[in-house]
Design a protein around this ligand. Structure first.
Ligand code: C2O
Ligand code: CU
Length: 559
């Protein structure tokens, strides 16, 4: 196995990713950052110089379990102190599984400023994958705003809340084209609009040779949007989800939620004399304020002569499916099964079941998301440090509720939980135990909407046991989950969608010593408290590096 060293300078830069000039947080001048490549078993060493003058940072390796290195998970407030301006932090970890992963800032809402990228882990030489292809490309999907991250975050925390609004653009591999023509669109910032930098224009996704098959490694790091991704005129065969092989499923549209990755195979089997749109469309929220993201798939002239055709398609970009067709999204979520023989089947039954209800409420006049009444906020001393060093005053010692009153719950009219509070709470899990989590969605009473929430678990992969509509009824749905587990075929993932007005059940083994965030991957939602923290086996974690402890109670101490 190899060790790969990377040195990253993190700075603010003027960027016109969608032809509108604004500040982005860049890695060595680039936003999004470079695609990192490694082979299973390799070690990555990333030295991060925080050269932002006034902002902290921390970088999370999304989908990497950090076995034996929980302090390298990059989650400010949970696994480390933020990296202060002017400081340097080195992440060192092993990529123990092949697959398609991502990285992104995990400090405040900083991910939204463009500090993100993809991480591809290949199988070792000589190991065959269960499918074949002639070339591969990465596809990073994002949504994009024109106000700064500070404005977005302060707005969400204000009374009354100033919502971030719908995204201005959708980006594919960090590029898009914002339509500046309606005068209100450019906010009076005429100079910023149509600031055509070298990066402005619909990007080329890749150039295909006729008849060849390509693997696209697609990841979504949207802040708010659920997306449908498609390539005009072509179908896609899904073969991997979040680093695990799935039984191939052929789709026209791939629904992809923030925090998910997929590999799809696409064969260049269409008329090679023209090019085709790849498009991302907003689903689950009203898309009328956000134009589709686009990129161009070109065909190389047959016979090897000439280069790519330079013309963009003359067709309109695919309009995408109906945005509020929840049923077809649930159907696609349910259509994925583990490729037989490639995924360990789930344990037969759980040792502990957590029923987690999300509600949006006002707490001290601030609009917050809460899970079983608890809106998560991070302590001044990160959980990992506080728990490992038994600093009990640094986080809430009362365990958050394992459940809610599911008998009397009406998900269209959820009552405000009695114990509603903002807190530094954490679930402490028995080491090695099997934990089921059932996420229950509701309607937000103030606007009668129920949103899609993609939930991401740090430090583990989970088996997806099922998706349900309406209210989870333990007596009826519980036994069904047991049956699913027994049948096998449950996909393993690190991020799963909780669909509007439905529930999603996952199972995992709490066998990775450390402290791990489990949260909605919509940046605005986790910022408003939509997450929980799991601790398991923290006493087995070896001595913590001093570099994660420069804040809170351990600041300046020598351990
Ligand atoms: Cu990709 Cu905690 O996030
Ligand atoms: Cu959410």
């Amino acid at each position: 196995a190899k060790t790969h060293h990377h040195t990253w300078n993190i700075t603010y830069q003027y960027k016109s990713l969608d032809c509108f000039r604004k500040l982005a947080v860049a890695i060595n001048g680039e936003s999004p950052g470079p695609t990192i490549r490694a082979t299973q078993g390799d070690t990555l060493v990333v030295t991060v110089h925080n050269m932002l003058d006034t902002e902290n940072t921390a970088i999370h390796w999304h989908g990497i379990r950090q076995i034996g290195s929980p302090w390298a998970d990059g989650t400010a407030g949970v696994t480390q102190c933020p990296i202060l301006p002017g400081e340097t932090f080195t992440y060192r970890f092993v990529v123990d599984r092949p697959g398609t992963y991502m990285y992104h800032a995990h400090y405040g809402m900083q991910r939204v400023a463009g500090l993100d990228g993809m991480l591809v882990v290949s199988v070792p030489d000589g190991v065959a994958e269960p499918f074949a292809y002639d070339g591969e490309h990465t596809v990073l999907l994002m949504d994009w705003w024109h106000q700064s991250v500070y404005e977005q975050a302060v707005g969400l925390a204000s009374t009354p809340m100033v919502f971030v609004g719908e995204p201005k653009s959708l980006l594919i591999n960090g590029r898009g084209v914002f339509n500046c023509s309606p005068p209100e669109a450019n906010n009076g910032g005429g100079a910023a609009c149509n600031a055509f930098g070298p990066e402005c224009g619909w990007p080329t996704l890749f150039t295909a040779a006729p008849g060849k098959t390509y693997r696209l490694r697609i990841g979504s790091l949207t802040s708010l949007s659920s997306l449908s991704f498609e390539i005009e005129g072509h179908t896609m065969t899904v073969v991997e989800a979040d680093g695990y092989y799935v039984t191939p499923v052929t789709v026209k549209n791939l629904f992809i939620y923030s925090g998910e990755t997929y590999s799809v195979l696409i064969t260049a089997d269409q008329d090679p004399s023209r090019s085709y749109w790849a498009a991302s469309n907003v689903v689950s929220r009203d898309p009328t304020k956000t134009a589709p993201g686009r990129a161009v798939v070109r065909y190389a002239a047959a016979g090897g002569g000439g280069g790519a055709r330079s013309d963009d398609p003359r067709t309109p970009p695919p309009a995408g499916p109906r945005w509020n067709d929840t049923a077809s999204r649930i159907a696609q979520s349910r259509s994925f099964a583990a490729l037989p023989g490639h995924v360990e089947p789930p344990p037969a039954r759980p040792d502990r079941v957590l029923l987690l209800l999300n509600t949006q409420d006002k707490i001290d006049n601030h609009t917050k998301w809460a899970i079983n009444g608890i809106s998560l906020s991070f302590p001044a001393t990160p959980y990992l440090v506080a728990m490992k060093h038994n600093l009990h005053s640094e986080f809430d010692q009362r365990p958050p509720p394992d459940s809610y009153d599911h008998r009397s719950l009406n998900i269209s009219q959820p009552p405000s939980p009695a114990n509603l509070a903002v807190s530094h709470a954490a679930y402490r899990l028995a080491f090695g135990s099997v934990v089921d989590v059932v996420l229950q969605n509701t309607m937000i009473p103030s606007n009668r909407r129920s949103e899609t929430h993609p939930w991401h678990l740090h430090g583990h992969d989970f088996w997806v046991l099922g998706y349900g509509e309406g209210k989870f009824v333990p007596e009826v749905d519980g036994p069904r989950l047991t049956n699913t587990a027994a049948r096998g075929g449950a996909v393993m993932k690190n991020t799963v969608a909780l669909h509007p007005m439905g529930w999603t059940a996952v199972r995992f083994r709490a066998s990775n010593p450390g402290v791990w965030l489990f949260h909605c991957h919509l940046e605005a939602h986790v910022y408003m408290g939509m997450g929980v923290v799991f601790e398991e086996g923290v006493e087995m974690v070896s001595r913590l590096p001093a570099s994660i402890m420069g804040c809170g109670r351990t600041k300046g101490h020598h351990y």
